[in-house]
Design a protein around this ligand. Structure first.
Ligand SMILES: [Zn+2]
Length: 276
């Protein structure tokens, strides 16, 4: 009986210091489509351009192209990942940090996102992931989700967020916080990091998730990745790399795609890979 499940998730956000917003469409889309041939991919797509230099309409039209391309795939699902910055709603959205918004404002932001996906992209989103895992507080967060009939996939202390979510009747598929020993940056210190592809080696991911999953009878966990990891030059992703030991130089984008597939196939011998 298989009640332990893993969802492979990718946060899709246009992200470029050089303001080349076509990268996600040009480079990340084909890689994601390739990977989805073997791995079910749950995509968390950001509705906020995050930078003011691109008009919202232009960003949305790029995003629409991307969603049209991926939503035809049987092995891909599309959900809402929200950063607040520059969303054109009747609210001061100059801060990207969702923890700075009130209960009512958070409701307004998420309701806007959910409606937008439905009316503009013809996608009914079932899950939400907060930008940078920033939220006002767990009670406020899950109450808003409950009212909007959204489930959640965010990062945090496993027990704390799963227990609170279930109190509100919200399904939480957490990206767990796991420990890793970083010899490179912090000699002899164990640091905590989120289960993202760029943060941990394959064996660290496998054993860390195994230890979280062994503590509960039934659980679904998420592993994260970012769409910009698949850019060929990876300039922006370099900034986020915490574990260079794990990533050889050269064609890094295919290395990450390969890593995602390897992690998934490793885990699929113990757990069921699911689409959210
Ligand atoms: Zn994000």
């Amino acid at each position: 009986m298989d009640t332990k499940e893993i969802a492979m998730t990718v946060d899709v956000e246009l992200w470029s210091k050089r303001k080349d917003y076509y990268k996600d469409i040009k480079y990340a889309t084909p890689v994601l489509l390739d990977v989805s041939d073997t791995v079910p991919l749950s995509l968390f797509v950001s509705l906020s351009p995050k930078f003011s230099v691109i008009p919202f309409e232009e960003y949305i039209s790029l995003l629409g192209d991307f969603i049209d391309e991926v939503k035809k795939e049987r092995n891909i699902s599309v959900h809402l990942h929200q950063h607040a910055k520059w969303l054109p709603i009747n609210l001061d959205t100059s801060s990207d940090d969702l923890s700075e918004y009130t209960h009512e404002e958070l409701h307004q932001l998420l309701s806007y996102g959910k409606e937008f996906f439905s009316s503009e992209f013809n996608v009914r989103v079932k899950y939400f992931r907060p930008g940078g895992f920033k939220i006002p507080d767990l009670g406020t967060y899950y109450d808003v989700l409950k009212k909007l009939h959204l489930n959640s996939s965010m990062g945090g202390e496993y027990d704390k967020i799963v227990t609170t979510a279930s109190r509100f009747g919200v399904t939480e598929v957490p990206v767990p916080i796991v420990s890793k020993l970083s010899l490179l940056k912090y000699p002899f210190r164990t640091i905590k990091t989120l289960a993202f592809i760029e943060n941990l080696s394959i064996s660290q991911l496998t054993s860390a998730l195994g230890s979280v999953l062994s503590t509960s009878e039934r659980a679904t966990l998420a592993i994260g990745a970012h769409s910009f990891l698949f850019y060929p030059d990876l300039r922006s992703a370099y900034i986020l790399l915490h574990n260079l030991l794990d990533v050889p130089s050269g064609r890094l984008y295919s290395t990450y795609a390969k890593k995602l597939i390897l992690v998934a196939s490793n885990l699929s011998t113990y757990y069921k890979l699911v689409l959210l």
